[in-house]
Design a protein around this ligand. Structure first.
Ligand code: P53
Length: 479
């Protein structure tokens, strides 16, 4: 190993989620998920969450890029890039179409057997998220999503079914995708995708969030406990959207506020890693007068089902100012946010901050003392296809290079224990936040537009060849 390379066995790869690429929303017995009732939005235009699937609406996840039929071709392209791992999720509704079914759907289980076999054939290790924004819609309608304790059992049954079926094919798991995104408890989209909550203005959104999140944390811990019995070699991680919080100035009020926003965003993984609630969150829940149903037995489960590693997505940092809200008035962390004048933003307004990734890797190492795994990072951008079919995406290469350079310093100089790096949307797919196809992240272009037109043909962007070289040299050559 040269001093300029990543450690041997470093898991280079790419990441996606079932609902954003598979399509086949009703294929082979699949049920309707929360993603199937979300229409297409745009930058600044939220996706509508409809009451069931309504005629005449554009639901981009129904077909997505039809990975369900194209997966062999796509995995072959991942292998050509040299992927060591591939992160995807298992659509809960392929396995339990309604969520509360007595028995799993064999055709759904079979699809993932075939997909994982196809990966393993090329030496690509599957990295699997159990719940990535695709809860069965029936659980939302009939039970109120994770506001209901019964959903713990439904999730654990789903998890155990997957663990048993794929125990010899999958080693790396994550329970809930970006479980901490619910800290934005006034955001309809994030609450529905994460916990199946349809916000009801009669109730306190924040109180509902604490309850739903608690049940998810218990479900996650139970899944970890059960998973370890099924295969002690499993590595089961948390998955958070890590967003480092900066004070807008060196004014101590801003510094204190930044710390508070960080506490309010990051207690989810604290519980999953430490096995107990941090004191600041216990105090806050008490101060607000919330009375979530947290039993003594739950607390034991949390302490027994801690995770093995910290998986996280990194897209951006956030800056906060006490001129917007004081520490003691803070509720929704995003109300404190201000623009950071030091950073440029993507076309979708996401600040670009590679140094923030090195900072995050160091912070998470100090906080958790566990191996880390960057399971999402990337730039959503518009790509243009040239007359000869080529796609030149230097902006994407620049973004990834700058981030990998910082990761390299964290690993080679700062002592961070990093398992791997899987850029988001390694093949173009439906954006979660906007439902657009035009917000592209891929190394592989897919011919489809926001209205759903296109041949679905796949082609290699310039970044495809660049990333292939990065993997081949184990991170030595980033040029
Ligand atoms: P998109 C924000 C909003 C929605 C999902 O996002 C998000 C985030 C990032 O904090 O999370 C992840 O597609 C998510 C993926 C998603 C990706 O970010 O809105 O895990 O499902 O596609 C990128 O550009």
């Amino acid at each position: 190993m040269s001093a300029n390379q990543f450690p041997a066995g470093f898991l280079w790869g790419g990441a996606v989620a079932a609902h954003q690429l598979e399509g086949g929303w009703q294929a082979d017995g699949k049920g309707i998920s929360v993603a199937d009732v979300m229409t297409a939005g745009a930058y600044g235009v939220p996706r509508e969450i409809t009451k069931g699937v309504l005629p005449g609406k554009n639901y981009p996840n129904h077909e997505a890029i039809d990975f369900y039929s194209h997966y062999k071709e796509d995995v072959k392209l991942f292998a050509e890039m040299g992927f060591k791992c591939f992160r995807t999720s298992i659509a809960w509704t392929r396995i339990f179409p309604n969520g509360d079914d007595a028995n799993p759907n064999e055709a759904g289980l079979k699809f993932y057997d075939d997909l994982f076999d196809e990966c393993l054939k090329y030496g690509i290790e599957p990295v699997i998220t159990l719940a990535h924004f695709e809860m069965p819609y029936h659980l939302v309608e009939a039970y109120g999503g994770f506001a209901n304790r019964k959903c713990i059992d439904f999730f654990v049954k789903f998890a155990v079914t997957c663990f048993k079926r794929y125990k010899d094919k999958v080693k790396y798991w994550m329970t809930f995708n970006e479980i901490d995104n619910q800290s934005s408890f006034n955001n309809d989209f994030l609450m529905c995708t994460n916990s199946g909550l349809l916000l009801d203005n009669e109730l306190d959104n924040e109180a509902q969030m604490f309850q739903a999140a608690h049940y998810e944390l218990v479900a996650s811990a139970l899944a970890v406990k059960e998973g370890k019995k099924i295969n002690p070699d499993f590595m089961i991680g948390t998955m958070i959207n890590y967003t480092p919080v900066y004070p807008a100035t060196s004014n101590p009020e801003d510094v204190l506020l930044a710390q508070r926003v960080d506490q309010r965003r990051n207690w989810f993984s604290d519980v999953q890693v430490w096995g107990y609630y941090p004191a600041g969150i216990e105090a806050y829940i008490t101060k607000k007068g919330f009375r979530p149903d947290i039993t003594a037995e739950d607390r034991i489960v949390l302490s027994e089902g801690t995770v093995d590693y910290v998986g996280f997505s990194y897209y951006q940092s956030m800056s906060v100012s006490s001129q917007k809200v004081s520490v003691d008035q803070l509720t929704d962390p995003h109300e404190a946010q201000v623009e950071n004048p030091n950073l440029k933003a993507s076309d979708w307004g996401w600040p670009i901050d590679p140094v923030g990734l090195r900072y995050s890797l160091n912070l998470l190492t100090d906080r958790y003392h566990l191996p880390l795994f960057i399971v999402e990072n990337g730039l959503g951008a518009v790509d243009e296809v040239q007359a000869d079919g080529s796609i030149h995406d230097p902006y994407r290469i620049d973004y990834l290079r700058a981030h990998i350079q910082e990761v390299k310093k964290a690993v080679l100089e700062d002592g961070v224990d990093l398992m791997g790096y899987t850029p988001w949307g390694c093949i173009d797919l439906v954006s979660a936040g906007t439902g657009q196809m035009s917000k592209r992240y891929g190394f592989i272009y897919v011919d489809k537009d926001d209205e759903g037109n296109g041949t679905l043909a796949r082609s290699r962007k310039d970044s495809f060849y660049w990333y292939q070289k990065v993997i081949k040299t184990n991170g030595a050559d980033l040029a």
